[in-house]
Design a protein around this ligand. Structure first.
Ligand SMILES: [Fe+2]
Length: 135
């Protein structure tokens, strides 16, 4: 199943939205590589990209939160930290065991669904806060 970028995922902050689209693409590429029977090299590349890009995106989002004194920063940061840890451990497992059905479902539920939910529930609040500061 591929994740689609839909209007309700738009936060209205162009940097955040562009990076979210890229993350969704990265998740789809990983799912695609796993389900189409690609070799280790291709799968590992998509895993590395997802892991690195997640860290970059969260870092950029946290810089914005600090800049605009987002009141829920600490909680939001800890959500990011937990997710980064989850992706890191999942990547290690997939690299070790290959894309088993159980691990692919973790990519969907633990990564894809988590991100969609996080965008709708948390990142829209961040973007709203930045807007309320006149940006
Ligand atoms: Fe976030």
């Amino acid at each position: 199943m591929a994740y689609a970028w839909t209007k309700d995922l738009e936060t209205g902050n162009s940097l955040i939205d562009t990076q979210h689209q890229q993350l969704i693409t990265a998740i789809n590429e990983l799912l695609n590589a796993c389900s189409s029977g690609q070799g280790k090299d291709v799968i590992n590349k998509t895993l590395d990209f997802l892991e690195n890009y997640t860290a970059k995106h969260f870092g950029d989002e946290e810089v914005l939160q600090i800049k605009y004194q987002y009141p829920d920063y600490l909680n939001h940061k800890s959500l990011h930290e937990n997710f980064k840890k989850f992706v890191k451990e999942l990547a290690i497992q997939i690299k070790k065991d290959g894309p088993t059905a159980g691990l692919i479902s973790k990519v969907s539920f633990g990564v894809g669904d988590w991100l969609i939910n996080h965008i709708k529930k948390e990142d829209t609040k961040v973007a709203g806060h930045i807007r309320s500061k006149g940006n």
